[in-house]
Write a protein that binds this ligand. Structure first.
Ligand code: ES4
Ligand code: ZN
Length: 326
């Protein structure tokens, strides 16, 4: 049985969202035109037909290529505002937004352009969309540790706009321990810490994210279910996991949504949250993910409320901000 979406989606916080992954085909073509860039796709439909991914890397190849259209502060502001409008319509009250500075600095776009552009949209988000926001600066784990350190250094003048650091991109072969030093530095600078781990990588990467980097949330963490001791540890610490069900299906981390371990994870007492990852590419924003797991995994009202409550508890909000966001 399939249910229709409630008229008013459950209020929720989005904790795993790559802003570059919200670049919809229509905006990609509009920005390409504005910036005099020719995309290697005839039109939006041709681009959409390329969204047939085999794994994380095949997605990342397209994700990085399409970013070529993002060049100016205005581009980043427009991208973020478009996301926030969509998120608000899906019940998102608070969004903690990843961005990938190295994907832009490598193309000659300064980190200040990226952060100032995003921040301009975020500054208006409360009033325009009723959404509070945070920014999370991510290091690309398939680049060197030195490059991550240089990125943090280049971002220093803008860190008052940044709440946390994260770690993303191609996981296997790039364990969290590679980034011990830059995470120590970020911690000294007063930044909070999260990292992708256990999306395609093994449970040992989740252990390293906890014990070497000292993260406060694990992004994905999906493969923790293969290691009972790790599950015990995550449960004991009430460590939030930012799961992304539609992403897992599209990137083939799970065979089908029906086989997603989310219900089992909730039963085992893990602090799971549901998020959209790269919604322009994976077929849905925050509430689309909630609705999809509800239908495929037959989650009840109480489990959905737990997921929504977890999202606020796991957010980088103080008690008063959390109360207002819910
Ligand atoms: C990502 Cl789904 C995913 N995994 C790792 N890194 C990423 N960057 C953007 N989306
Ligand atoms: Zn991600």
């Amino acid at each position: 049985m399939s249910h229709s979406s409630p008229a008013r989606p459950l209020p929720k916080a989005e904790l795993h969202l790559h802003i570059e992954g919200t670049l919809e085909p229509a905006l990609a073509f509009a920005l390409a035109e504005r910036n005099g860039i020719t995309l290697p796709y005839a039109d939006e439909d041709a681009l959409r037909r390329a969204y047939d991914f085999e794994d994380l890397q095949s997605f990342l190849d397209l994700y990085y290529a399409l970013m070529a259209v993002l060049r100016t502060e205005d581009d980043f502001a427009e991208l973020a505002d478009a996301y926030l409008a969509r998120a608000a319509a899906q019940g998102v009250r608070h969004a903690e937004i990843f961005f990938d500075p190295q994907a832009h600095t490598a193309r000659g776009v300064p980190v200040g352009t990226v952060i100032e552009g995003l921040a301009r949209a975020l500054d208006e988000a409360e009033e325009r969309h009723g959404i509070s926001t945070r920014l999370i600066l991510c290091f690309l784990r398939d680049e060197s540790a030195e490059s991550a350190l240089a990125t943090l250094e280049a971002a220093r003048p803008y860190l008052h706009r940044v709440t946390a650091v994260g770690l993303d991109s191609a996981e296997v072969g790039h364990p969290p321990s590679k980034f011990r030093e830059v995470y120590e530095k970020a911690h000294e600078l007063g930044l909070r810490k999260v990292a992708h781990a256990g999306e395609e990588g093994p449970p040992s990467y989740v252990w390293e994210a906890l014990d070497v980097l000292g993260v406060e949330r694990v992004d994905h963490g999906l493969r923790c279910v293969e290691d009972p001791e790790l599950v015990d540890r995550l449960v004991r610490d009430r460590m939030p996991l930012t799961l992304c069900p539609l992403s897992n299906v599209r990137l083939r981390a799970v065979d089908t949504l029906e086989k997603h371990p989310l219900p089992d994870m909730l039963r085992r007492g893990l602090m799971a949250t549901v998020n959209s990852d790269d919604p322009a590419y994976f077929g849905g924003y925050a509430d689309d993910n909630f609705t999809a797991v509800r239908d495929a995994l037959r989650l009840g009202e109480e489990e959905l409320r737990t997921l929504a409550r977890n999202s606020f508890l796991a957010a980088f909000l103080d008690d008063e901000e959390e109360r207002r966001a819910r």
